[in-house]
Design a protein. Sequence first.
Length: 432
Amino acid sequence: MKELFLHYVWQHRHYDFRNLRTTRGQRLNVVFPGYHNHDAGPDFLQAVVTIDDVRWIGSVEIHCRSSDWLRHRHHEDDKYKSVVLHVVYEQDMEIQLCQNEFVPTLELKDRIQEEMFSRYESLMKVPDLLLCRSQSSNVDSLIVHNQLSKMLIERMLRRQGGIQNTLLSCQSDWNELIYRTMAVAFGCKKNGTAFELLAQSLPYRILRSHLASRLQVYALVFGQSGLLDMDDEDEYADRLRYEYDYLRYKYQLTPIKAHQWNWLRLRPQNFPPLRLAQFAQLLFETGNALSDNVLKASVSSLQSWLSLAPDEYWQTHYMFGKESPKHPSGIGELVVESLIINVVVPVRFAYARFTGDENMQENALGLLERVPYEVNKVTRLFIDSAFPCRSAYDSQAQIELMGQFCTQKRCLKCSIGEKIVRGKGVLPPNSA
């Protein structure tokens, strides 16, 4: 028996609670099981029980065996003096608080369905990150849908917290926030930090004054990247340097260091100079409509906007001074989809929550239904199961489910896993 399972049984009353008695024969009635405590101290707080018609309000501690009370040294901890009921799977000794005073104890050994624990134990022993893979097809699709919807909302709310912190550092300027968030996303995992430092060193209010000039936008972005300081004999780079020198002096700018860019194990289309050119082109083409594009544009408009290619130089270059065969220089389809998923949708959702616009919240989540399903090492686990894999709505929810529940084996906190353990809400194997 495992304490985690006993916590679940106690909290949700999945035991035979008829004619309850303590191990010393006292009549027991559980009015309220208490609030699950995830900090130090007893397992459940503010529980309400009656013992021989005397009403008690206090804590409940749960153990597999009653002797665990001593093994965990609760008798030396004042936090446990508030315990009004000790719930155990099996009593192997009485726990005495002081002379002639024993901790009231409820034994659950004969009050829990063996089949339910057997199902839980079998689920925990599955050698797979997605423990319910083989049984998910038997769970009512409505239960699966509701759990995924809940996970998507939780993912958006968690991201909202990060966006709010960034907004504070941006003095509540949504254009600045969108600019910084977009910059980090352009850098992906390898260069997200470098892009973030670049955006912080080059405030959007400075860029905004020069958005009508592509040369100046490129000069500011590349100049602040530190990559113009490299000794490349290249006419294009020289023009950017010349323009940047003037702007750098005007705004007293300090570029980041070139060594902060990561080149290791990158494909040429992900080299920092090409990514920076794409980012500069995006800013130039957007003009003063950055927030409007991110907060209001349709999926098709977003795809067109984010797919814009930089100037012709980058069709034959991946870096300054080194010509290459002609190649597409625009952002790839997968990156465009990633920007919509990881920038546009979370920012729209956060903005909608900030303004109290419920319709905008729904529309933000609805965008995910128009973006293809993401395929990565996490979502591949779900593709071979009965989980829906129709769009980014599903993949984002599944990524959250895996991170917050599956990898931690918190099946009893997940409605899908709970139904499998209880055997309720689960369809017969051959029903369709």
